[in-house]
Design a protein around this ligand. Structure first.
Ligand SMILES: [Zn+2]
Length: 308
């Protein structure tokens, strides 16, 4: 079995204003870092409207399409912009995770990494925010549940920012366990432990500024892994943001590249134990280009190891 790398050149046409941290160079660095690896390289399709309707209302999807500028930028909020290529990029990003779920559940590959942008975990049901337009990780979960008929899917979000969008989209979804760790306090401000979902199926793990690898490992070992084991997911989806890295300029956690490798390896071991190794991972944040490239390389290397 192999690891799939799913991406599309359209994701490089989502341009943001000069100085914006979520920039084209991020994905270029990620793709360059993954060049040496033996991966099943897959071109992301455009998501179908029916796929997106699993997480966003038709009016919201139309609003995103209509906001596309002919040139320059359309400003959605203080952080979130559309360029002429952004709508296609967002549909490719969403299409990538759908394809990844199809390939992993279809037994074509062991696991998959979606190298995409814009990221997704801040997009709420009717609100684009935090560089995100469509909720890619939640879409992957809903597609696995509603299209493939799974009964239990877990989403693990280790981006340094709270996955408020994924939480919003999966709040009522009893078939999805969401585990999300985030620096607190930090934008967007949500992610307290008492935000636990309509069915108690959301686990928020706030981490204090300065939290390093040892404390992260202890927190995941004590809180996240037992919840995953108890839930017995049939698929694990990872919101892979690499901005908890010690070199990241947007936050203040102190994880090393080795910490991302450790966490990925642990999730692969759990997936092996619980769900035949099935993992779909999708890129979220990570804003120091070198740290992003190194941590993504370490993450995908562990996926490859688990697939062979
Ligand atoms: Zn982030």
């Amino acid at each position: 079995m192999t690891t799939a790398l799913i991406t599309h050149a359209d994701c490089l046409t989502h341009v943001t204003p000069t100085g914006h941290p979520e920039r084209v160079a991020r994905l270029e660095h990620v793709l360059h870092a993954l060049e040496p690896f033996d991966l099943r390289r897959v071109t992301a399709p455009l998501a179908a409207e029916d796929d997106l309707l699993r997480i966003h209302p038709a009016g919201y999807i139309a609003d995103i399409r209509d906001a596309r500028p002919e040139e320059g930028f359309a400003k959605i909020d203080g952080d979130t912009f559309l360029s002429p290529g952004s709508v296609d990029a967002a549909f490719r990003a969403a299409g990538a995770v759908v394809r990844a779920v199809d390939m992993v559940l279809g037994g074509e590959v062991q696991n998959a990494f979606c190298a995409i942008r814009p990221p997704g975990h801040h997009a709420e049901r009717e609100t684009a925010m935090g560089f995100c337009l469509f909720g890619n990780a939640a879409l992957a979960a809903k597609h696995a549940l509603d299209f493939h008929g799974l009964n239990r899917v877990a989403v693990v979000d280790f981006d340094v920012h709270h996955g408020n969008g994924t939480q919003d989209l999966l709040w009522d979804e009893a078939r999805a366990l969401l585990i999300t760790s985030q620096q607190m306090p930090l934008w967007p401000g949500s992610g307290r432990p008492d935000e636990d979902g309509a069915h108690g199926q959301i686990l928020n793990i706030p981490l204090a500024p300065g939290t390093g690898g040892a404390e992260m490992r202890a927190a995941y070992t004590a809180q996240a892994f037992p919840r995953l084991r108890a839930f017995m997911p049939e698929l694990i989806i990872i919101s892979a943001g690499f901005d908890a890295h010690q070199d990241d300029p947007l936050a203040n956690l102190n994880w090393s590249t080795a910490d991302f490798a450790w966490l990925t390896a642990e999730l692969c071991t759990l997936a092996q134990e619980l769900c035949q190794g099935r993992i779909v991972s999708t890129l979220e944040g990570g804003y120091d280009l070198n740290a992003l490239a190194a941590a993504t390389r370490a993450h995908v290397q562990e996926l490859i190891k688990a697939a062979t």
